[in-house]
Design a protein around this ligand. Sequence first.
Ligand SMILES: [Ca+2]
Ligand SMILES: [Ca+2]
Length: 98
Amino acid sequence: MAALVSLGGLWLGADFALALTPIPNEETQTHLFHDLDHDKDGGVSLGEYQDSHQACMRGPKCRAWLERTFHTLDVNRDGVLTLEEFLAPIREKRRKRP
Ligand SMILES: [Ca+2]
Ligand SMILES: [Ca+2]
């Protein structure tokens, strides 16, 4: 019973943290996506994604994190982020928010 209460507390904590984290505006993210898409082909390649994070690319840890983030967003693993893939995490957060 105590474990259940503690689990309930954890979930409450997670919901609270989620509620405090601002979700980026979808319109802002759409603009960002088009900024990242340098050659305007409608997709963001890893190169384009890295180009927009020049400061981050100087550190190996940040660089690895950047690549991991890109591959996480690239759901269909074709090496290109579509607007849908780019916005998916925000839409997911919005769905989870009470
Ligand atoms: Ca592109
Ligand atoms: Ca993709």
